[in-house]
Design a protein around this ligand. Sequence first.
Ligand code: NOJ
Length: 399
Amino acid sequence: MTHTPTPFPEGFLWGASTAAHQIEGNNTNSDWWAKEHSATEHVEQPSLDACDSYHRWSDDMDLLAGLGFTDYRFSIEWARIEPAEGHFSRAEIAHYRRMVEGAIARGLRPMVTLHHFTVPRWFEERGGWTADGAVALFARYVAATAPVIGTGVRHVCTINEPNMIAVMAGLAKSGNDGFPPAGLPTPDADTTDAVIAAHHAAVREVKAINPEIQAGWTVANQVYQALPGAEDVTAAYRHPREDVFIEAARGDDWIGVQSYTRTMIGQDGPVPAPDDAERTLTQWEYYPAAVGHALRHTAEIAGDIPLVVTENGIATADDTRRIDYYTGALSAVGAAIEDGVNVAGYLAWSALDNYEWGSYRPTFGLISVDPETFARTAKPSAVWLGGLAAGRELPRVAA
Ligand code: NOJ
């Protein structure tokens, strides 16, 4: 492998991402905490203390900045900021403002996600996204985050992976039989409409807070690949699960691309990867080229807005596979940039080994976390990727 400098656009974002519920710990007022402790939901493991990043966020930021990253994407928690309907916590708003200022002080540009899968319990109990008034309640929460994001934050993500929110709602409505062997459950159409409306309302609120903030949302991209003759089936399968959410970003300041693997589609729908395919700890096919396809597809649908890779990575216990994955992924990003795709940043998932929605087993982190002492240790992949970020280089796989 050789390193060839690549002409990144001015201000390219080089960073890593996290989400509040997955790293903070004790997010007790959220719907997910309730689900983790419900007798009927069968969540494998509860999140409990997670990485204790609620208290240790400054350690996380020290490490990321020290490794060479220039950007950090983290989310702020609606369940903490609005613990009861209509009651906003000044203390929690001040907490998240300290994080924004802490990032800036360390030379990390904060990208703030306003909603990353979790909602306050009271919001879920009143019916979630499809209940009357849900969009207005989300917009009111967004307006209340003004002291957090009003200055010093350039990129705000309104809602993370809205397509997965709709898919999970679809799964719940259909009786929760679990995911199919390949592909995704059918998204719930009402939830799709609600989260799109919530996004547009949130963009308006963010712009009212500060018109300079670049507002967007981040879409899960499954890289659907048609087997011979299945092009139409693939397009029809992808549209409600992905394209509709990318279309909703037209006119935004940017869009986030989140990809990990691919999904093959045949005449009868999704087909599992072959038995001999390498699989990661999430059982997804090892496919580092995914992000390149995801960027090109998103650019085709979203029109001329900057794309930011807001998540990309691999769950593995073998850090050499992580470096190999990021090498392939970054070379695909570099090739897309060279072909004229407007890529404004690359943020790895994830900064830390964290709570993967039901289990701590899939380790996506560049940094490991001791579950008892919470001590953080940068893995070789973190040092390697941080070095590329600091040098503004892309790795090239030798031909
Ligand atoms: C997407 C989600 O945004 C994040 O929360 C999750 O941990 C990763 N993908 C990996 O599954």
